[in-house]
Structure formats: C-alpha cells, structure tokens
Design a protein around this ligand. Structure first.
Ligand code: AMP
Length: 504
C-alpha cells in the first residue's frame, strides 16, 4: 500500500484553508493553506538544498516551537524519516542517537545547539546542522513545492527513542501505517476533535504531545505552541481562554501541577476541552482531586513508544461514571488493537489473572532500529511484549501492576509498590511518593517508601503506618520511610526507581 502522512495536511488545507493551523502563544502564524505551501517548499529545500534522499533520517533536537510541525510534515512530504529527540538528553545520548540513526541532517533550536555541536563532533554526527531560527533555515524554503513522495505503508516515518529508565535507549521504528492507525485510534477511543479546536503543545513534541499533532491536523484543529515552550500552568489557562476547545497531553506530574495551580490561585477552565494524561501512573487520589478542581475534562491513555499512545484508553464519558477500580485502571483496549494478559507461556489469562501485557495491531512498531535480538524478543510470536504486568477485570478494564523489576518480594509474598503508593497518597500532607524494595537478610526484601511532603505539611511515620494498617495487609507496610525533597525522574518525568534503590 502506498500512502503518506503528509496527505493529511493536504486534505485539511483543501477542506479548511482559512482556519488557523499553527500559533505561538496568542498569535496565529499560518492557516492551513499557507502551512501546506510552506511544507511543500521546505520539502523541496530538504531534498534539493540539503541534498537529502528518500529514507534519509533527519534528527529534530528542538524545544517545542512552531517549526517542529512544518519540519515533521516536510520530512514526510519529501519521503524522509524524522527522528524527534528529547530536548533534555545529554550530548553523549545524542551522540548515540546520531550514530544509531546515521542521521544525515539535524535541526536544532539555538538553546540546544551547543550540545548538538558537542555530540556531532564525533565522526558519526550528521553532516548538516541547521538552526531553525537562522537565515539558513529561511533559505531552505524553495520557490516551488516538491510533489509529495508516495511512501510504502511500512516505510519508517518516526524513529522514537525509548526514554530508557535503564540502559541504552532503543530506536523504535514507527511506520507510516503505525501513525495512521494511532491517528484513527484517537478518534475511536480518546476524544472527538472539531475543526477550529486547538491542541496546546506544553509537553515535549518529541514524545506524546508530538504524536497528537496528527489527529488534530487531520481534523483542522490549530497547533498552539506556548510562548514559554514548556509547561506553565498560568500560560495554559490563558491559552484555553484564547483558544477555546483546547486539548493537551500531560504526564500525571504535569496534571498535578495544573491542578495545584488551579486550586491555589483559581483558574477558569472553561476553554479547556480535554486533558489527555498517561505515560506513567496516575493515582486514584490525584485524578479524583483533578476532577473535583477542574471538572470532567480528563481522558487517559496507556501506551509505550512501541505502540505509541495506543494500548488502552479511558475517555471523558468513562471518567464521569468511574468508580475507584476504573480510575485505578488504564481503561480498555482501543478499537482495532488486541490486548492480552498472558502467562509466561503466552497463554491468555482469565480476568483477575496477573501477567504480561501483550499487544497486536497496526499501531505496533515494525521493530527496533539496528537491534534484531531485541526486536525478536519484544515481538516474539507476533505480539508486542510490553514488559508491563497487569490484569483485566470482568468489565474489560486493564489495571497495570508494577513492572516485574519493581515488584517487591518480602518473606516470599509479592508486593506491588503501586498499591502501597496509592495508600500513602491518601495522606493530605504527601505530595509524591515512590516505594521500592531494599535487600534484607531476614525477609529477602523490605518495603521502603520515599516520601515528598507538601510545603509546610507535617507528615509523621506513625500516621503513614496507621493509614497502611487501615487499607492494606500488614506485610505490605513500609518498614522504612525516607523523607526527601524530590524524586529522581528521567527526561519524560518517570520516577527512576533504579536510582532510589541505589540510594538505599
Ligand atoms: P514510553 O515508551 O517512554 O512512553 O514509556 C511507556 C511506559 O510508561 C509503559 O510501558 C508503562 O510502563 C508506562 N505507562 C504508559 N502509560 C501509562 C499509564 N496510563 N499508566 C501507568 N503507566 C503508564
């Protein structure tokens, strides 16, 4: 099958030429007709100006900015594969990605240019580096458009580097087909989008937020880049007034900041249509508070780079009627995505059985770049082995259990850290918590809780222990508490339990 994601833009440019397509802060920059022209001209510049050829890889080491969007689309239009790179990576990690992808060109924002230059000094760095705010970038726009290069549905469109809470990142090869499937999945299970709506890219466009470019583009919604280029609650509420019908993707830690801000300072959420959260655990207490403060504006997704944003979802309607068990879950499988909970032999388990989550469907990656062993292992038997543990309930809701490496085995019993964390978060003075196992000569492992207090809150070990006694089995209670200022997190905001274990 021949296809190209850039057709989505051409289609929207025909249907809604005059609607705003890209904005920075309050100001619309391009409508869909002019965005389509820019993308065609930039695509020609990539091919003829930079000399790139189909299938070449183009690294985007950029903070969120309006150019992100046109570059992604121009890469696809010109038959190239994009490599959106997390802006927070260390030059050594960049060097690895440049070498792994053999990136032929790299686009940077000025603030990241130095790290890119350091990484590119290695022999394997990209030959051409372009600062997107420079005159060189402007000169890439040719006078006439390139005609769109049709692609095979299995051609790589986006090389997505896993955030890697341990070890080296792996390059997930997402194809044209994968991204079309992920786009349609948004409409089937996350939310409706109307022409004239908007999406705010406050979370990194190299990850989840960037993956939501496509469904919004397809429907004629405006892509809004915050002036700050980052996640600032005050700016987000202001953007929702300027661009009503606003959606956004947010990691659970960001949702928390948004809610804390609204609770403290008061904020008008009227224009905020939908906050899609995911990428890490959302605790029941936190989502309940979020809904109490901001209303029924939340949808959840569970996915991973290997099936981007698209394993299970729970939309706003489900949140509105959710009981605690539903809120603790990650929702139900997307339409068209098969999800199994399997035992070690790959046999499906009945509801209630805990096993590894396996996924099959058009959203699942083609494989890892340059890593046939990891690909064969992860896609064994045609199923994506997520490495996540979970169980379905009778209603089809999937609840994640902790990854097997995070599971604590104390006195021969399994303890899932998440269960203990959910209880500790019920204490009003606890802002964040993470539970890990520490080696212990008597028990094998004991439960240790790292606790971050809310500002000026008094939290005592005795209160936390009493809370645990009220809610969970005695053997699951933390035997030790460590009060800390903050939790170590990776570049996408996931708590690094490996570092906590190392700190014991
Ligand atoms: P990444 O590939 O960096 O996006 O990380 C994906 C991992 O994040 C998944 O395998 C899960 O372990 C975790 N994750 C993603 N979405 C959720 C969610 N809604 N709730 C809990 N954990 C999640």
């Amino acid at each position: 099958m021949r296809t190209n994601l850039a057709h989505l833009l051409q289609r929207t440019a025909r249907h809604h030429p005059g609607l705003p397509a890209v904005a920075r802060g309050d100001s619309a920059l391009h409508d869909f007709a002019s965005l389509a022209r820019r993308v065609g001209r930039l695509a020609r510049g990539l091919r003829e100006g930079l000399g790139l050829k189909p299938d070449d890889r183009v690294a985007l080491v950029m903070r969120n900015c309006p150019q992100y969007l046109e570059l992604l689309l121009a890469c696809w239009h010109a038959g190239l594969a994009a490599v959106p790179v997390n802006a927070k990576l260390h030059p050594r990690e960049l060097e690895f990605i440049f070498a792994d992808t053999a990136a032929a060109a790299c686009f940077v924002t000025a603030d990241l240019a130095e790290g890119v230059a350091t990484a590119a000094r290695a022999a394997t760095g990209p030959a051409r580096i372009v600062d997107v705010d420079s005159a060189d970038y402007g000169r890439l726009f040719a006078d006439a458009s390139l005609s769109l290069v049709e692609r095979d549905a299995d051609a790589a469109a986006w090389l997505f580097y896993t955030s890697g809470t341990t070890g080296k990142p792996k390059g997930v090869v997402l194809t044209q087909r994968n991204l079309v499937a992920a786009t349609l999945a948004y409409f089937s299970d996350v939310d409706h989008i109307a022409a004239g709506d908007a999406i705010l890219h406050a979370a990194p466009m190299s990850h989840g937020s960037g993956l939501y470019i496509l469904p919004h583009l397809a429907r004629g919604a405006c892509q809004v880049i915050p002036e700050s280029g980052a996640f600032e609650p005050a700016e987000i509420f202001a953007a929702a007034c300027r661009w009503p019908g606003l959606s956004m993707f947010a990691a659970p830690t960001m949702v928390k900041r948004l809610v804390d801000f609204a609770a403290e300072k008061g904020a008008d959420p009227a224009g905020l249509k939908t906050v899609v959260y995911g990428g890490g655990p959302m605790y029941v207490e936190d989502i309940k508070r979020a809904m109490a403060v901001l209303g029924n504006r939340f949808a959840q997704i569970y996915g991973q780079g290997e099936s981007p944003m698209t394993i299970t979802a729970m939309d706003k309607a489900a949140h509105a009627v959710a009981d605690d068990a539903m809120l603790a879950s990650v929702g139900r499988p997307y339409l068209g995505v098969e999800v199994l909970v399997a035992d070690a032999a790959g046999r499906p388990l009945p509801p209630g059985g805990i096993g590894e989550i396996l996924v099959r469907g058009d959203t699942v990656m083609a494989g890892y770049l340059n890593n046939p062993e990891a690909t064969a292992k992860t896609l064994a038997g045609g199923w994506l082995h997520t490495g996540d543990m979970g169980c379905f309930d009778e209603r089809g809701f999937l609840t994640l259990k902790d990854r097997s490496k995070d599971l604590i085995i104390s006195g021969g019993s399994n303890i899932y850290p998440r269960e203990v964390e959910e209880v500790l978060l019920r204490h009003p003075g606890v802002a964040e918590v993470s539970v890990v196992g520490a080696p212990d000569p008597e028990w094998g492992e004991i439960v240790v809780a790292f606790v971050v207090r809310r500002p000026a809150a008094a939290v005592h070990e005795g209160d936390l222990d009493a809370l645990c006694l009220d809610h969970i089995a005695r053997f699951k209670r933390p035997k030790r508490y460590r009060f800390v200022e903050g939790l170590p997190k990776n570049a996408t905001g996931k708590v690094l339990k490996t570092e906590l274990r190392r700190a014991l």
